[in-house]
Design a protein around this ligand. Structure first.
Ligand code: AMP
Length: 214
């Protein structure tokens, strides 16, 4: 089962992708996480990606596509995977479609998590990420057990540079311009499913499970 999560930054793609991955025992692949891992480890890829990410821009397609194709070629992806944050442009989606076609595969579900921009801006200012392992929380909707401390590794939680309000506005502009067209792309492919992302995260997950098990 190959699943693509769609939706604006902050719509809850990452949280839902993680829950899907746990339930169906498939890898959760987040290009944003892979970039952040590389930034933390100061790799050449990380240095290149950081220039774009800090400004709320997309990392160039060529770099992102190479990274993603390497990841999905790994053994743990043979039974499927859930993509979170990829594709983000039509050219990325086209490459994914054609690479999958070579193996007789396709995206089975593109799940669009719908959340209005006003909600997104409110949500993102409450988001916190672990400086060490990258786990994400929300001070209202998904609070850590101890304020400011990661449940998973005990490190400090911070507001990511790309979650700061001015960057969020820029990311939303980029989303509407470059990523929203993917909704039409997957609608035409007959695999688009939409869920109301303003609901409680467990209700959103229940809606997604209903779609996947229909
Ligand atoms: P995310 O954690 O998915 O919100 O991604 C954080 C940032 O990483 C984005 O704002 C982009 O700068 C970059 N990024 C992640 N995925 C992609 C992608 N598929 N294409 C281009 N840039 C990406």
């Amino acid at each position: 089962m190959i699943i693509v999560m769609l939706g604006a930054p902050g719509a809850g793609k990452g949280t839902q992708a993680e829950m899907i991955a746990a339930k169906y025992q498939i890898p959760h692949i987040s290009t944003g996480d892979i970039f952040r891992y590389n930034i933390k480890n100061n790799t050449d890829l990380g240095k290149e990606a950081k220039k774009y990410m800090d400004e709320g821009k997309l990392v160039p397609d060529e770099l992102t596509v190479r990274l993603l194709l390497d990841r999905v070629a790994k053994d743990d992806c043979r039974n499927g995977y859930v993509l979170d944050g990829f594709p983000r442009t039509i050219p990325q989606a086209e490459v994914l479609t054609s690479e999958l076609e070579k193996n007789g595969a396709k995206v089975d579900y593109a799940i669009d998590i719908e959340v209005p921009d006003e909600n997104i801006i409110r949500r993102m200012s409450g988001r916190r990420a672990c400086v060490n392992c990258g786990a994400t929380y929300h001070i209202v909707y998904a609070a850590p057990k101890v304020e400011g401390i990661c449940d998973k590794c005990g490190s400090k939680l911070v507001l990511r540079d790309d979650d700061k309000p001015e960057t969020v506005k820029k990311r939303l502009d980029v989303y509407h311009e470059q990523t929203q067209p993917l909704i039409d792309y997957y609608k035409k492919a007959g695999v688009l499913k939409s869920v109301d992302g303003t609901k409680d995260l467990h209700d959103v997950f229940a809606d997604i499970v209903t779609i996947l098990e229909d």
